[in-house]
Design a protein. Structure first.
Length: 223
């Protein structure tokens, strides 16, 4: 998270800065996924000490200002308001995304390249970092697929060649029900995610929205 701290009518204080930034990062980390920008303005007024916070998260801006006899207390009071706002925002987002409809199961797997050498997966079934992040973004089912599914061979048609692709990992996950618009918002709220799988409540189809190189959003719909 990018945090800009400034001081008005008072000298800069590394101790106050560290205190405010540390508490802010802890609170934001509880409710926000992806990047966030924040500004903190500390002002020493004749009538007290004022802590002013502003946090920008995608299309949402959260603000809070508090005043007390002590800057540390002002920081605490302002951050209490910030946390309440972020909690409400997260609750509204969750209710908004989970529209009427049922979740649908889908599989995500890792395949060795056809005609190439597979990347080794350790005994603990670790996958490479990029794909592991994709797995973490979907809720795992209570029961994993049988172990014998991992390691199966899939024949890939490639002219007259006899190339085969090895399934290194194959797990079942749940696609939550939501509208297309909500799925796009969900994808945009996660900076590092390239795609998002969901069950379109308007069509009852398993669908995928993904980032295109031209900065638009692509859509894949199953039949």
């Amino acid at each position: 998270m990018n945090v800009n701290v400034s001081y008005r009518q008072m000298e800069s204080s590394p101790a106050l800065r560290d205190y405010a930034v540390r508490k802010l990062e802890r609170i934001v980390g509880k409710y926000v996924r992806g990047s966030a920008d924040a500004s903190i303005v500390m002002t020493a007024e004749p009538f007290g000490h004022v802590a002013d916070f502003k946090i920008s998260i995608k299309n949402t801006t959260v603000k809070s200002k508090a005043q007390s006899h002590d800057m540390y207390s002002s920081i605490d009071l302002a951050l209490e308001k910030i946390e309440k706002q972020l909690r409400r925002h997260k609750d509204r987002s969750r209710d908004h995304y989970n529209s009427n409809g049922d979740a649908r199961a889908f599989n995500m797997g890792v395949l060795a390249p056809v005609g190439g050498s597979p990347t080794t997966i350790g005994d603990d079934n670790e996958v490479d970092g990029e794909f592991e992040e994709d797995f973490e973004r979907y809720p795992a089912p209570d029961d994993e697929l049988p172990e014998e599914i991992d390691g199966q061979e899939v024949v890939m048609e490639a002219g007259d060649s006899d190339d085969r692709a090895m399934v290194l990992r194959n797990r079942e996950y749940q696609a939550e029900p939501m509208t297309l618009e909500n799925a796009v918002v969900k994808l945009q709220s996660m900076d590092e995610q390239e795609f998002f799988v969901f069950n379109n409540v308007e069509t009852d189809r398993l669908s995928i929205v993904y980032r295109r190189n031209d900065d638009n959003i692509g859509l894949i719909e199953t039949g």
